[in-house]
Design a protein around this ligand. Structure first.
Ligand SMILES: [Fe+2]
Length: 265
């Protein structure tokens, strides 16, 4: 199973040629000089502009739709607005607050490695930015998704512990069926999870929090009661806007259910 299963392109969808060339350059730079909390890429003016535009837009939306845990995490680990974040900076600050370090990868790594490294306090992160022709959503993990979505949340010790447990459960899995179940639960919680706060629906999942397109459509998406057995049975399509989301009554309820599932209890 590769991470391409998690974040794959829809059949027939093509990456813009100049985006594909840039992505290849970035992959080669990572292969030459990548390492924990290193950032061997200098961004171009148009990439900084894309980052700045999208982060400004998300910063304006988050106070209305993001969970209070996420908003607190963002205060704890603020990301730059005027230029693309660098993981040598963000990774160092994250390491100081929650112990996690960032490992640059080209995005298409086996999913066992992606989850499995969480057990060693390592989050694998892509360094390229989404194509400017489709700025509101990226079908594959890009810097905006990784940093704005996952890495900010990893500065919250409760979430950092849950990611570690996902890693340990992945490393202990003995069948593809188990891995698939872990992947489904990760998707419906850490990627697309919702929580109720003061009678309102708020997002804590990274795929939602890093996509202004997803956040704008949240009100219209069917929402199910939090249920891990249902998550394991549900289909999802990473390459499209979400068709089904699960909402917990609180972050504590979600964390307790996810811990029980991952510990096999
Ligand atoms: Fe993700």
């Amino acid at each position: 199973m590769t991470r391409a299963n998690e974040h794959h392109l829809k059949a027939g969808e093509r990456i813009d040629k100049s985006c594909a060339r840039r992505r290849k350059q970035i992959s080669e730079a990572i292969r030459r000089a990548g390492g924990l909390n290193s950032h061997p890429v200098a961004y171009r003016a148009e990439e900084d502009l894309l980052w700045s535009t999208m982060v400004s837009k998300l910063n304006a939306i988050h106070p209305r739709v993001a969970s209070s845990r996420y908003l607190q995490a963002k205060d704890r680990l603020p990301l730059p607005v005027t230029h693309t974040a660098r993981i040598d900076d963000v990774g160092q600050r994250l390491n100081n607050s929650a112990g996690f370090r960032l490992l640059p990868v080209d995005g298409l790594i086996p999913i066992e490695n992606f989850y499995g490294r969480f057990a060693d306090d390592i989050f694998s992160t892509a360094l390229y930015l989404r194509c400017p022709s489709r700025p509101h959503y990226s079908p594959e993990p890009d810097m905006l998704h990784e940093l704005v979505g996952h890495v900010v949340m990893l500065s919250d010790p409760l979430f950092a512990d849950l990611y570690r447990l996902f890693g340990e459960a992945t490393n202990n899995a003995t069948s593809n069926q188990e891995l698939q179940a872990i992947s489904q639960v990760f998707w419906f919680t850490m990627e697309t999870g919702l929580v109720q706060e003061d009678g309102r629906t708020k997002a804590y999942g990274a795929a939602l929090l890093s996509s202004s397109g997803e956040l704008a459509k949240l009100d219209r998406c069917p929402v199910e009661k939090f249920s891990i057995p249902e998550m394991i049975e549900s289909d999802y399509d990473i390459s499209a806007y979400q068709g089904k989301l699960f909402m917990a009554q609180s972050v504590d309820e979600m964390a307790s259910e996810v811990r029980s599932f991952l510990n096999g209890t």
